[in-house]
Structures are given as structure tokens and as C-alpha cells.
Design a protein around this ligand. Structure first.
Ligand code: R5P
Length: 289
């Protein structure tokens, strides 16, 4: 078995290889002058099971994933397990207005064409999982986030909306602290309103946990509210840190901001490699049983 990492997931593929005790294959990825990608796998992987790790954001990383899959098939590998740590286009998971593309489904159809199994991490909506016809393993980063928050000495975990409360609960269980949620209403793409809610956070170190930070609007608004209620410090933690536009500026209201390594940046302090390893190992042992 080998792990192959795309350029969007270099650190995570190396971490997963180390976690699993599996070799990381050598790969050459470069761009032609016009921007087209060139991909070549340098190790001979014929007949091997391969775990391919590549986040599919931005678009060029998606194309790169397809080229790596093609190179693996060309090399006649045995099985391709495609790990997509952050799945771009997941948010449009149904038709809201007639005529729209269901981008989450469109991506699923293309990704699974050259995959025997797909591994996803904290997808925004589990509806997406139904768009795959190959087996899908859905990994949660929340225990890893919980361990991180425990080491940080967090005393309360808050979800910015009801949809995220189960994630906050899992993290809080690991920390051994209370959790709660706020009531978020989206105003537009980058602004939200959070209904006032009295929480007993006075003097506490509080963490806001969400699946995605994009514009930072959700977390910034929630953090402002928690601070106005007397929280001593507010740290923001998410699985997928997109940090679009001026997100980091908006997030200055937080005392610290951390993300997992599904999207690699200097904020990626928490690795999902152990969680992926755990799920993959269980899956592979069921296959060989
Ligand atoms: C939405 O329901 C998600 O869970 C996140 O809360 C959202 O994607 C965050 O986006 P932003 O950072 O732009 O507020």
C-alpha cells in the first residue's frame, strides 16, 4: 500500500503516511506555461492499493486530483481510495431554484469515476454522501478538535447555530465541559445575525466550533456576542479554514483562530490524520475479514 499526496494536501498526506506506517509515493506536479497541470507518479505502484489524498479546492486542485487518478489507473494500481479532506462545492447540495446545478453531486460523480472508495472529512451536509455510488467513509475531526481544546484549557464549547451543535457536543465531551449553541440567521453571503441568548460565560475561556470558516462573518459575530456577555477569551476552531477575503481581519475579535489540516495554512494546528487512519484501518480490516 502507498499514499499519494496531491499539492493541496502535502502535509496531511505525509502525516497520514507516518500515522499508518505506509510509504509516501514520489510524485511530480508542475504547471505548463499556460497553467495546465502536469502529473507524474515516480514510484512503480502497479498492483498496489493506493490512498490518494487531495483537497479539491480551489478548482485547479480538483483537476490535479483527476490527473493523479488517471496516472494511477494508467499504472494499473489495484485499488484507489480517494481521500478528499476538504470537498469544494459541497454547499450546493440540492436545487434551490429551478435551473441550478447541484455542484456537490456533480463533483461526486466525477471523483468516484476513478475511485473504489472515497473518504471525506466533516462534510457540511451528509446529503452529499448519498451522491456517491462507491463506498464513502465519513470522518469526523471533532474528537481531534476536542483534544486540542482540552489542552488549551477551554471551559465551554459553543456552536454558532443549531446545525453545528452535535459537533460542539462531541468536542465538549472530549474536553469534559459544557456546550451550547447560538441562533444564527444568514443575512447575505458574508454577514449573519446572531439572536441574543444569555449564556453563563462570564470569566470563561470559550471556544466557538464550526465546520467551515469562510468569510469569518459567523465566528466574528458569535465572538462579539460572547465577549459582550463577559467571556474572558474566545478562541475559534474549525475543521475547514478557507479564510476568504478579509476573514482574518474580521476574526481579530477572537483571541486565537485554529483550523484542521484539511486546508493547509498557518492556522492548521490540528491534524485529522489520526482520525482518517482510525476509520481507514477499520474499513480495510472489514474488507479483508
Ligand atoms: C454554515 O452553515 C457553516 O456551518 C458555516 O457556519 C459557514 O460556512 C461559515 O461561513 P462564514 O465564515 O462565511 O460566516
Amino acid at each position: 500500500m502507498f499514499i499519494v499526496g496531491g499539492s493541496a494536501s502535502k502535509a496531511l498526506s505525509a502525516a497520514l503516511a507516518a500515522e499508518m506506517g505506509v510509504k509516501l509515493a514520489q510524485i511530480e506536479i508542475r504547471r505548463f506555461p499556460d497553467g495546465d497541470a502536469y502529473v507524474r507518479i515516480l514510484d512503480d505502484l502497479q498492483g498496489e492499493d493506493v490512498i490518494l489524498v487531495q483537497t479539491t479546492h480551489p478548482d485547479e486542485k480538483l483537476v490535479e486530483l483527476f490527473l493523479i487518478q488517471d496516472a494511477l489507473r494508467e499504472m494499473e494500481v489495484n485499488r484507489i481510495i480517494t481521500v478528499v479532506p476538504y470537498y469544494g462545492y459541497a454547499r450546493q447540495d440540492r436545487v434551490f431554484q429551478k435551473g441550478e446545478a447541484v455542484s456537490a453531486r456533480a463533483m461526486a460523480r466525477m471523483i468516484e469515476m476513478q475511485s473504489d472508495t472515497v473518504v471525506l472529512v466533516d462534510v457540511h451536509s451528509t446529503l452529499l454522501l448519498d451522491y456517491f455510488s462507491v463506498p464513502v467513509i465519513h470522518v469526523s475531526s471533532m474528537r481531534a478538535i476536542g483534544e486540542f481544546l482540552k489542552a488549551e484549557g477551554v471551559q465551554m464549547v459553543i456552536a454558532p447555530d443549531k446545525g453545528a451543535v452535535e459537533r460542539a457536543r462531541i468536542a465538549a465531551d472530549v474536553v469534559g465541559c459544557q456546550w451550547d449553541h447560538l441562533e444564527k440567521v444568514r443575512i447575505d453571503g458574508s454577514n449573519v445575525r446572531i439572536a441574543p441568548k444569555n449564556l453563563d460565560v462570564n470569566g470563561m475561556k470559550v471556544a466557538i466550533v464550526d465546520d467551515i470558516i469562510s468569510t469569518g462573518g459567523t465566528i466574528a459575530t458569535a465572538a462579539e456576542q460572547l465577549k459582550s456577555q463577559g467571556a474572558a477569551s474566545v478562541i475559534a476552531v474549525c475543521t475547514h479554514g478557507l479564510f476568504s477575503g478579509n476573514a482574518m481581519e474580521r476574526l481579530r475579535v477572537c483571541d486565537a483562530v485554529y483550523a484542521c489540516d484539511t486546508l493547509e495554512s498557518k492556522r492548521s494546528a490540528i491534524s485529522v490524520a489520526p482520525a482518517i487512519k482510525e476509520e481507514l484501518t477499520a474499513f480495510l480490516s472489514r474488507l479483508s475479514a
